[in-house]
Design a protein around this ligand. Structure first.
Ligand SMILES: NC(=O)c1ccc[n+]([C@@H]2O[C@H](COP(=O)([O-])OP(=O)(O)OC[C@H]3O[C@@H](n4cnc5c(N)ncnc54)[C@H](O)[C@@H]3O)[C@@H](O)[C@H]2O)c1
Length: 347
């Protein structure tokens, strides 16, 4: 999407940038006007100049996007630090308030309200037997659980369940597995717990040949503080803090994770994000049953609680539902006030 489309008067309905701008100075973004070889040489021999020409290219890039947007193109950030790096380059990319960007990230408009705020995120598992037959059986168990959950699901999450039922039903025939016998499936707190319970039972009674390790991506409901990506739809100001990743790894470790990790850089680049992750080994034991319930419950709901405190409508619905389902759970919810009253007080 660029200058040529403008000159040829081509209307672009949707636009995004998917270069590796989490790594702008070492080959994640190649500057316009230089060959691949020239760029690689300059990157090594004259990194200051390389930085300058990348930034000039970003400014030009944004000028083209702004022209398209003024004609109605919907432009969104793909979670690759495009808006952030463009702003640092001095491109005309900020909103009038000088804090936000003029374009949304895909988490603000899509993934956040549709998935993360309801607790849906990329749950993962690995069959340690390394046997494709075990993976097939886990797919089937997950499919059974998701299909059952759909029967009593509230209308606002039926679509998510249907999409993921389709995915897991067809996952094996898509033949995407390379190496480890592993799978990713979007599920919410209840779905993750029920699927994990079904796996643990199948390990216990010998239907699965070996233990299963659970985990998740950093691109999820909880565990990641990333103001330009995973937590970009937190609007109460707290997206510029890094508390949730720390809470998650500490909470997960006490509640039964086999290992936890705190790291940095996922998706948008070093120094821009804090990620907390875990691994939980299911070995068929009763202890694993206890651990999976406690840990997965906390891991997801901690993220929903944070999103609910930020007054996200979907997260408030999700936490209310969890509070009804789990009487021992205590999560405070915000007192909602009319924003215009607040604006008046603070203006
Ligand atoms: N939103 C998500 O869920 C999600 C998922 C994965 C990756 N990402 C992010 O997306 C980015 C891209 O990831 P990837 O794995 O596709 O990276 P990649 O390095 O495989 O692809 C980037 C592409 O951009 C091209 N490119 C570089 N400069 C260009 C320019 N000026 N004009 C046009 N093309 C140019 C490169 O040739 C390359 O093909 C990363 O920053 C990554 O963190 C987001």
């Amino acid at each position: 999407m660029g200058k040529v489309c403008i000159e040829e008067d081509i209307y672009v309905s949707v636009g995004s940038d998917q270069t590796s701008l989490h790594n702008p100075w070492s080959g994640g973004y190649y500057p316009v006007g230089f060959s691949f070889e020239e760029s690689n040489k300059m990157m090594v021999e004259d990194p200051e100049r390389f930085k300058k020409v990348v930034q000039q290219a970003l400014v030009r890039h944004v000028e083209a996007i702004n022209k398209h947007a003024s004609r109605g193109t919907y432009f969104f950030d793909y979670g690759n630090a495009f808006l952030l790096e463009a702003s640092r380059a001095g491109a005309d990319i900020m909103a009038e308030d000088g804090v936000n960007f003029r374009y949304p990230s895909y988490v603000q408009d899509i993934l956040g309200p549709m998935c993360f705020d309801y607790g849906f995120g990329p749950f993962r598992w690995v069959c340690t037997s390394g046997d494709p037959e075990d993976l097939r059986k886990t797919d089937y168990l997950a499919l059974e659980v998701m299909t059952q959950l759909k029967e009593s699901a509230s209308h606002n999450i039926v679509q998510q369940l249907e999409d993921n039922i389709k995915w897991i039903r067809e996952a094996d025939q898509n033949r995407l597995v390379v190496g480890s016998q592993a799978r990713i499936l979007y599920a919410d707190a209840l779905g993750r717990i029920r699927i994990a319970e079904a796996f643990n039972k199948a390990i216990r009674d010998g239907r699965l040949k070996g233990p299963v390790v659970l985990g998740r991506d950093h691109h999820d409901v909880s565990g990641t503080d990333s103001p330009y990506r995973e937590t970009s739809n937190i609007y109460d100001g707290s997206r510029f803090t890094a508390d949730m990743a720390i809470h998650n790894v500490i909470g997960d470790s006490f509640r039964g994770a086999t290992w936890v990790s705190i790291h940095n850089g996922g998706g948008v680049g070093w120094g821009e994000v804090i990620n907390g992750g875990f691994g939980l080994v299911l070995d068929g034991s009763q202890e694993a049953d206890n651990r999976l319930k406690q840990m997965l419950f906390f891991d997801v709901n901690n993220g929903i609680a944070r999103r609910a405190w930020a007054r996200n409508k979907e997260a408030l619905e999700a936490i209310e539902k969890e509070l009804q389902r789990t009487p021992q759970l205590k999560v405070t919810t915000p007192n909602l006030v009319d924003q215009s009253l607040l604006d008046k007080i603070f203006s």
